[in-house]
Design a protein around this ligand. Structure first.
Ligand SMILES: Cc1cc2nc3c(=O)[nH]c(=O)nc-3n(C[C@H](O)[C@H](O)[C@H](O)COP(=O)(O)OP(=O)(O)OC[C@H]3O[C@@H](n4cnc5c(N)ncnc54)[C@H](O)[C@@H]3O)c2cc1C
Ligand code: FES
Ligand code: FES
Length: 1289
């Protein structure tokens, strides 16, 4: 036991200051006392810097990324790094320089090359994620002395999510900043480029005009370039080149001396910033319950999402003793406040400097940190924060345990004690620290010769995801005689117990044993008993987690054996087919191409114009609903939500809310001035539940207060008493209880299914069940509405984030009892919708409107991410039961299908969704006899709703399941079965439509030869033959998609075209811009119609008082409908002015990749987990996956290595304007090829253990489903062969 300070020193008291300053985009700000409760994001948005967005508030999406610069006194230089402003406490950046997207460039002053490149490469669609991407790359470039590598660029973007683009255009836009861009892509030195050439972002080829991947061909067949697409010099982008534009580090901050701070915040919150460990200990003595803060990535989540209340926060980021990093003779000493990025950098440095055998543990940490959170989190999160939080799924703690790390602990008196990491973690979030102690540092010893440390982690998503199970393992081998014997070992797991857990019996078993196959089998046996997981363990996936504990150890055994292979005394060598189990993952640079013909006509149609808002989006100037400045006297609203899936409301007590800070009003069913009955098709919902609640998250009332936080506080204090009633929490439950929405059972028939089954035409008849999970929209911009009254409530106006302003107008007029003519809804743009803002946004506007109307004050309601996910519905989960008859050749003769969707607690659009699923149940296959029953199940979940594809993908996925099964039964390839069943020209579909202009066979054959499918199939087979533990699969899936609304009258549109005397044109139409480029396409049509430049046409917003009664922007039909309406209006005006010009061709393409990646998420990643019979560890009816921490959408790392997209050439769409092709919804289903390729790989894996029979694979094919379907020695001990991982449907 040592002592850091003597007692005399400890007694001295420290002067604390209240002076806090900050620079934001070069401007000095004095931070008053009293703001300790604010995050940096709240502060920035509060002072009008709304370019930085709030996407999730939990560090999971990157929309709030800003760059922090501060002067590092230890390094004597300025350091720049990206952080999540949503988690950074405001005072944590005191004395620093914050640069937001507004400080990088703007459309008046000029764009920064990063902004320019992203805008030009079509890298922004809805634009909500865009500022975050800009800032992540900006911080990387500012912090790099030399241009970064492509890998570093991709790594820097791991914490940024985009739901629209599919990432490819973003990668393309940013890869030009990489060091190797020219050499890598063009095989040509940048020196040999001509003066005005640069390396094309997409192709990597030298180019003087911009991307040539698009074959821009004008009417004369000439290749043309967009005049606005100018080259950018990317030669030196480490910051120095742009000093004229770049904000410099404020000189005041270089000279300023840091002072200890003592500040406060709302609710009596105290904030201290000590600068010595002695001061930290004094404060800790004074406030034993105080929380130490470094990155706030844990405490921030606890306080904001888990509602834990801490009164005293001690920010220890600037304490030198806690920031030490000492490389010593026997190992490394790491201060508890050292950030993970710093740690990673140090490890990377030491592995190049120290003998290889010493750094085995360092290498394991490097690998583990690679998959640990996003860069923004790693830049602020500390080692000590991770250790002391003691999360059972901490990625680092099992490694500290395995690597023999020692923790140094200091107490109030300055006494230091040391404990082994192995003994530090006591129970759930409980560690070996008493109230008067803090963690001072960690000592990591070098590894010894023949000592090996390895990390393991299995998560849902590779990048930025918490572990399902992780582990750290170590063995030290000693050569005794002819054998290698284990002299020491350690095996520790995360994710299998309430704490990081050492496998003690396994360790004891290993020590003294010879390192060979026997020890492997023995250790696996001991491990099975050593790691116990109860059936109902929180987190679920018990069988998968158990199997992971074994397979990690198996991998470890292989890896160590591989390390010592070739060393003397090693006789056994690894079979090469085992090596695939231990190869670490490396992502090659993305190879992408887009191939399509465009005929350029007129001034604008046919040009690959950048999105009209793109310049505003990349600079953060584009405004979204929540960015609208709050009018004076404005209030914030929060919803009072049901906590029960089904209950009678006994009483509502809002007295707690009334005494809560900033309270202004609370409103319930009895207060609604008009009708409380709402609904988009049938009025089967209540705005505020009056007597019964039928799902968790149903709205019971609304509370308004002076701030967003106070409104939430007030709403949480409304006490509702319930009498619980039985709840229906799955489709199966609903079917057995015959719980269907009224009039929602439909049937479609063609031929005679029964007769066909009874005849001897079918050689085989199969029956089966397909479960398809739901999907969250995860638009980056949460739902938001701002409502205000005029003339004392005679008129009501609102700005809403919606795809259907007309629905908001209608709902509000209905609940207020006002005529629609007195209610106006405007939408400028939305940050993604995908169907989720079509109907399930209107009730939010209506709730805010009731409060606004009754108080005559503006009211804003913006949902937090978790509330948004819990209350606004998702893509429907489906259950399909099929019976299919077919011939020995594989020709399908009859399909008898029952499909059910999970409608939730109101009908919403669920009937149209199930109908569309029924229409698409044949996918592209000719089936003589068809019978399809469709039903919408009533369940006690929030109402499910429209989502890209609108039921079509679910119907087609069920079809592809039975197609694939037929192939397996007949031992043929699924592609062969598909081909012989293709529909063709003139086919009559089961709903009576005749197929015309059918391009299916041509497209299929072109694609098959373009990708050399048969060769790929051979290569896959070859690979699988030689690799036992890694399998590949391949699949090719066709699709057909019905464009337009199935409710026919909705296929109409309106537009208002104003021509001004200066020759410019203002267009307003009924469609909403949500990133699909609708306004751009429509403006192109207007520009070409008038033969004027695109810049002369402007579309400001969508507004119900300009274009009334518009259909929602949905169904892949909006471009066709609104462009046609605008063209019609333009023609009418031109008829009055001059003769009409001919129509032009144009096509849009940008959404294809985005839709595919969203589909990829649906089939392979995104899983909604609800409190139901399958998930007893979640409260009944509650959504567990309600934020980016637990619900994973694809990240940049998930996109295909090679991504080629081509549109069929030479087939004008005669039915649509300018030959337009619908690209919003159809490509979504193409991603099911990923699911069937995964299944193909599983088939190969199962064949290794003799399982060749058909098996079901539910959607999504998550790691759990994939692994448990591969029956082998690591899964079989825990499951029966018909095991089915649980899925909420
Ligand atoms: C988006 C996101 C992704 C994440 N991904 C991962 C991941 O992949 N793997 C993983 O393991 N974790 C992950 N985490 C968890 C988190 O990053 C880590 O726990 C982080 O290291 C915490 O560090 P911090 O400095 O932010 O802690 P803070 O929130 O500042 O503090 C955390 C706790 O540690 C205590 N503490 C801190 N220092 C000391 C000390 N010296 N002595 C005593 N107590 C102390 C504090 O009192 C507090 O209770 C993630 C978190 C987020 C928000
Ligand atoms: S808003 Fe900060 S990471 Fe999502
Ligand atoms: S453009 Fe990225 S989320 Fe919309």
């Amino acid at each position: 036991m040592g002592s850091l300070k003597n007692e005399k020193e400890m007694e001295e008291t420290v002067e604390e200051s209240k002076e806090a300053i900050l620079y934001v985009n070069g401007v000095r700000k004095v931070l008053p006392d009293g703001l300790a409760h604010l995050t940096l994001l709240e502060y920035l948005r509060g002072v009008g810097l709304t370019g930085t967005k709030l996407g999730c508030g939990e560090g999971g999406c990157g929309a709030c990324t800003v760059m922090i610069s501060h002067y590092d006194r230890k390094l004597r230089k300025c350091v720049h790094y990206a952080v999540n402003a949503c988690l950074a406490p405001l005072y944590s950046v005191e004395g620093m320089h914050v640069i937001t997207v507004e400080g990088v460039g703007n459309h008046k002053r000029g764009l920064h090359p990063i902004q320019e490149s992203l805008a030009r490469s079509h890298g922004s669609q809805c634009g909500f994620c865009t500022p975050g991407f800009i800032m992540s790359l900006y911080a990387l470039l500012r912090s790099s002395q030399t241009p970064p590598t492509e890998e570093q660029i991709e790594e820097s973007l791991a914490g940024n999510l985009c739901r629209c683009t599919g990432y490819r255009p973003i990668v393309d836009a940013f890869r030009v900043f990489a060091k190797t861009s020219d050499v890598l892509y063009a095989d040509i030195s940048s020196l040999s480029l001509q003066e005005d050439e640069f390396v094309c972002p997409s192709t990597g080829k030298p180019c003087s005009c911009g991307s040539k991947t698009v074959n821009d061909i004008d009417t004369n067949g000439q290749i043309i370039c967009s005049a606005s697409y100018k080259p950018i010099s990317y030669s030196e982008i480490d910051g120095s080149t742009y000093t004229d534009k770049e904000l410099i580090f404020p000189p005041e901050l270089l000279l300023r001396k840091l002072t200890p701070l003592n500040l406060s915040g709302l609710g009596g919150l105290k904030w201290h910033r000590p600068l010595t460990v002695k001061h930290v200990l004094e404060l800790k003595e004074k406030y034993p319950n105080a929380k130490l803060l470094i990155g706030n990535t844990e405490v921030g989540i606890e306080m904001r999402l888990k509602k834990m209340q801490y009164k005293v926060l001690i920010s220890v980021s600037h304490v030198p003793e806690l920031n030490m990093l000492n490389v010593k003779e026997d190992g490394i000493e790491i201060g508890a406040a050292v950030r993970l990025t710093e740690l990673l950098n140090l490890f990377r440095e030491v592995v190049t400097q120290r003998p290889a055998h010493e750094t085995s543990a360092c290498k394991a940490f490097i690998e583990q940190l690679k998959w640990f959170a996003g860069t923004q989190i790693k830049n602020v999160a500390s080692v000590g924060g991770n250790v002391c939080t003691a999360s059972p799924i901490s990625d680092l703690n099992p490694l500290w345990m395995a690597a023999r790390a020692k923790f140094q602990i200091i107490n109030f008196s300055g006494n230091i004690r040391t404990t082994l990491a192995e003994n530090f973690f006591l129970d759930y979030r409980k560690v070996d620290l008493v109230a008067d102690e803090i963690l001072l540092s960690i000592f990591l010893p070098w590894t010894r010769p023949f000592e090996y440390v390895k990390e393991f982690k299995q998560a849902h998503r590779r990048d930025d995801d918490i572990a399902i199970v992780n582990a750290g393992m170590r063995v030290c081998l000693e050569e005794i005689g002819e054998e290698w014997v284990v002299s020491d070992a350690s095996v520790a797991y995360g994710g299998v117990a309430p704490r990081s857990l050492g496998a003690i019996k396994t360790k004891e078993f290993l020590i003294g044993k010879k390192w060979n196959q026997h020890v492997l089998q023995g250790a696996l046996n001991v491990l099975r008993a050593d790691i116990e997981l109860k059936e109902d363990a929180p987190g679920g996936m018990v069988e998968f987690r158990k199997s992971l504990t074994l397979s990690f150890f198996f991998k470890f055994f292989l890896w160590v054996s591989h390390q010592i292979e070739g060393k003397k005394s090693i006789k056994e060598s690894l079979s090469s087919s085992h090596l695939s189990a231990i190869k670490s993952f490396h992502r090659p640079p993305l190879v992408a191409s887009q191939d399509y013909d465009i005929k350029k006509h007129g001034t604008s149609v046919g040009l690959p114009e950048v999105h009209l808002s793109s310049k505003l989006q990349v600079t953060g100037e584009a405004e979204y609903t929540d960015d609208t400045a709050m009018p004076p006297n404005g209030l914030h609203a929060a919803l009072v939500l049901s906590k029960k899936p089904h209950a009678r409301i006994l009483s509502i007590d809002d007295s707690g809310a009334k005494s809560s800070p900033g309270f202004a009003g609370s409103f319930f069913a009895k207060d609604v001035p008009g009708s409380n009955k709402i609904g988009p098709v049938v009025l089967d919902e209540e705005l505020f539940a009056s007597e019964f609640v039928t799902c968790v998250g149903q709205v019971i009332g609304v509370v308004v207060a002076d701030t967003h936080e106070n409104a939430k506080l007030g709403a949480a204090k409304v006490h509702v008493e319930y009498e619980e009633l039985p709840a229906i929490l799955s489709i199966e439950d609903a079917v057995s209880a015959k719980s269907f929405h009224p009039n929602s059972q439909k049937i479609l028939r063609k031929g005679d299914v029964e007769l066909c089954f009874q005849s001897d035409q079918c050689d085989m008849i199969i029956e089966g069940k397909v479960q398809v999970g739901g999907q969250e929209h995860f638009y980056l911009e949460p739902q938001s509405s701002l409502v205000w009254t005029m003339d004392g409530g005679n008129e009501v106006h609102m700005i809403s984030s919606t795809q259907a302003p007309q629905k908001h107008q209608k709902y509000v007029s209905c609940v207020l009892g006002l005529p629609m003519s007195k209610v106006v809804c405007k939408t400028k743009r939305i940050g993604g919708g995908f169907g989720g803002k079509e109907t399930r946004s209107a009730f939010l506007a209506a709730a805010a409107a009731v409060a606004s109307y009754l108080m005559n004050r503006p009211v804003k309601l913006t949902l937090d991410r978790d509330i948004d996910m819990m209350t606004t519905g998702q893509r429907h989960s489906f259950l399909g039961k099929y019976k299919v008859g077919f011939t020995d050749e594989g020709k399908v003769l009859a399909l008898d299908l029952q499909i059910y969707n999970n409608g939730g607690n109101s009908l919403d659009l669920s009937l149209a969704v199930v109908e569309r699923a029924m229409f698409h149940s044949d996918n592209v296959y000719e089936i003589p006899h068809v019978r399809i029953f469709g039903s919408v199940c009533f369940t006690n979940f929030p109402s499910n709703t429209a989502f890209r594809g609108f039921g079509g993908p679910q119907g087609m996925l069920i079809a592809e399941n039975w197609i694939q099964r037929i192939a397996l039964e007949l031992k043929k390839s699924p592609e062969e079965i598909r081909e012989i069943n293709f529909q063709g020209e003139g086919s009559i579909l089961h709903y009576g439509q005749r197929l015309e202009y059918c391009t299916l066979a041509q497209m299929w054959n072109e694609l098959k030869s373009a990708c050399d499918f048969l060769k790929v199939r051979e290569e896959v087979n070859e690979f699988n033959l030689h690799n036992q533990w890694k399998k590949r699969g391949v699949a090719m899936i066709p699709t057909k998609f019905g464009i337009s609304f199935t409710t026919k009258f909705m296929n109409q549109a309106g537009a208002l075209v104003n021509v001004y005397t200066d020759g410019t044109v203002l267009v307003t139409h009924g469609g909403v811009e949500m990133g699909q480029g609708l306004h751009t396409k429509v403006a192109q049509v207007a520009a070409s119609a008038f033969n004027i430049s695109l810049s002369s046409v402007f579309i400001s917003e969508t507004s119900t008082d300009k274009v009334p009664n518009a259909s929602p922007t949905a169904a892949s039909a909006s471009s066709d409908m609104y462009a046609a309406a605008v063209l019609d209006a333009c023609k009418q005006i031109k008829a009055r002015m001059e003769p009409i010009a001919s129509q032009r061709n144009f096509s849009s393409f940008a959404e294809v990749e985005g839709a595919f990646i969203q589909g990829l998420g649906w089939v392979a990643l995104e899983e909604l987990k609800w409190g139901d019979a399958a998930h007893k560890w979640i409260r009944p009816g509650c959504l567990y996956t309600c934020g980016p921490g637990s619900y994973k959408i694809p990240s940049l790392n998930d996109i295909p290595f090679k991504f080629s997209v081509s549109l069929l050439k030479g087939h004008p769409n005669v039915k649509a304007i300018h030959s337009s092709k619908a690209v919003g919804e159809p490509p979504f289903f193409l991603a099911s090829a990923v699911l069937f390729a995964i299944k193909d790989a599983i088939i190969a894996a199962r064949a290794e253990t003799g399982h060749t029979e058909w098996f079901p694979l539910d959607n999504p094919a998550t790691p759990e489903r994939i692994r448990m379907a591969c029956l082998d020695e690591f899964t079989a001990p825990f499951i029966s062969s018909d095991f089915h991982p649980k899925l909420s449907v």
